[in-house]
Design a protein around this ligand. Structure first.
Ligand SMILES: [Zn+2]
Length: 335
C-alpha cells in the first residue's frame, strides 16, 4: 500500500461568477494539486504537480495570486479539472491511502468532484496534522511551517502555499514521526466514522458570540445536501474544546449530523460547518455527547431551583476550573 501525501491550492470567487450546476456549491475551485508518493516503508517514490484551469471561478482572485504566486497565464494553459484529477488518480496507483495537513483539502476535493459530476473519491484520508498533534501532546492546531521548524526540516528553499512544496514538507514530516502507528490508532474526531461520511462543508466568518451560536442564522440553518431546503439546528451541544454538534433533520432526506469547529480570529470567530451522513457510529457519538450535555443542563437547573435565581455568567474570582464549569453549563442550557 502506498502513502499519497497531497496538498491543493484553490481559487475563490469574486461573487459574480457563472452559476454552478444546480444544487452544488464550491468553497474553492482547485487550481493546483501537488503530491508525493511514499512506499509502504515511507521511502520516496515519485512526486507530481499539476495546475488546473478553473471553470467556475475563472478569474484568479488577487489574494490567491499573492499567496500562491500562481498566475492567470499558467492556469489558462493548464488542463481542466477532470483531466488533472485523472493524472492524480493514476499517480496514486491502485492501492493507497492519502494524507493531508489539516482537514480542509478533502472536503474541497469532494466538492470539486461533485461540481463536475465525476465519480466519488473513495480512498481513505488521514489528517497528518492531528497525528502530529497527538504524538507531540499538542492541544492547538499547528501550522505546517511550525511543525517543519520543530522537526528541523530545512526551510530555505521552501515556498509555502505551493501545493507541491506543502505536500513535500508534509511527506517529510510523515517520515519523521511515527505515522504508521498514528494511522493504526487513528480515530476521526467523531469516533468511528470517517471523511467518506461527509456530505457538506461550509465556512462562516465573522461570528460575534460563541455563547449565542444559534442566534446567527448562518449557523442555525444549514442547507440539506439533497433537497436544498434549510434545516434548523434545534440544539447545539459541546463535543470537545472548540467543537460542537447538532442534529439536523430533513422531512424527506432524514437525519444529518452537523459538526461545528470554532476558532478565534481577532475580535470575532470563524466557524467551519461539516455535515455528516447519519449512521450508527454517528448516532453513538452524538448520544454520548447528548447525555453529557443533558446531565450538565440538569445540574444547572437544580442549582437554579435551589437558589431561585440564574447564576451569573461571570463570577468574581472563583477558582478558574469552577468558573469554567459554570460557564459551560450555562452554555449547554442556552444552546
Ligand atoms: Zn432534504
Amino acid at each position: 500500500m502506498k502513502y499519497i501525501v497531497f496538498d491543493m491550492e484553490w481559487n475563490q470567487t469574486y461573487g459574480r461568477e457563472r452559476p454552478l450546476p444546480f444544487g452544488r456549491s464550491l468553497t474553492g475551485e482547485i487550481i493546483e494539486i501537488g503530491a508525493v508518493r511514499l512506499s509502504e516503508n515511507f521511502k520516496y517514490e515519485d512526486v507530481m504537480k499539476v495546475y488546473v484551469r478553473p471553470r467556475f471561478y475563472r478569474k484568479l482572485h488577487s489574494m490567491v495570486k499573492r499567496l500562491t504566486g500562481i498566475t492567470q497565464d499558467v492556469l489558462d494553459d493548464s488542463p481542466d479539472f477532470p483531466e488533472a484529477l485523472e493524472i492524480f488518480r493514476e499517480f496514486c496507483t491502485d492501492d493507497f491511502v492519502t494524507m493531508t495537513w489539516g482537514d480542509s483539502d478533502m472536503p474541497v476535493l469532494r466538492e470539486n468532484i461533485d461540481a463536475w459530476g465525476l465519480p466519488k473519491w473513495e480512498a481513505k484520508n488521514y489528517n497528518l496534522q492531528s497525528i502530529y498533534m497527538k504524538q507531540k501532546g499538542l492541544k492547538n492546531h499547528i501550522a505546517l511551517e511550525t511543525a517543519a521548524l520543530e522537526l528541523g526540516i530545512a526551510a530555505e528553499n521552501i515556498q509555502y502555499h505551493d501545493a507541491a512544496c506543502d505536500a513535500a514538507v508534509t511527506a517529510e514530516i510523515s517520515r519523521r514521526i511515527e505515522t504508521a502507528k498514528g494511522i493504526e490508532e487513528y480515530v476521526t474526531p467523531l469516533g468511528e466514522f470517517t471523511e467518506s461520511d461527509i456530505v457538506g462543508y461550509e465556512k462562516v466568518n465573522g461570528v460575534k458570540d460563541l455563547q449565542k451560536l444559534r442566534g446567527d442564522p448562518r449557523i442555525r440553518f444549514t442547507v440539506c445536501p439533497k433537497c436544498k431546503r434549510p434545516l434548523e439546528a434545534e440544539r447545539i451541544i459541546p463535543q470537545s474544546s472548540g467543537k460542537k454538534l447538532a442534529r439536523l433533520e430533513c422531512a424527506d432526506d432524514g437525519k444529518f449530523l452537523l459538526r461545528l469547529r470554532t476558532w478565534r480570529s481577532g475580535d470575532e470567530f470563524n466557524v467551519t460547518k461539516t455535515l455528516y451522513e447519519w449512521n450508527d457510529a454517528v448516532e453513538t457519538v452524538y448520544n454520548e455527547r447528548l447525555a453529557v450535555a443533558d446531565e450538565k443542563k440538569e445540574k444547572f437547573l437544580e442549582r437554579v431551583r435551589a437558589t431561585g435565581k440564574k447564576p451569573r455568567r461571570r463570577r468574581k474570582k472563583k477558582k478558574p476550573a469552577e468558573a469554567e464549569t459554570v460557564q459551560n453549563e450555562e452554555q449547554a442550557v442556552i444552546e
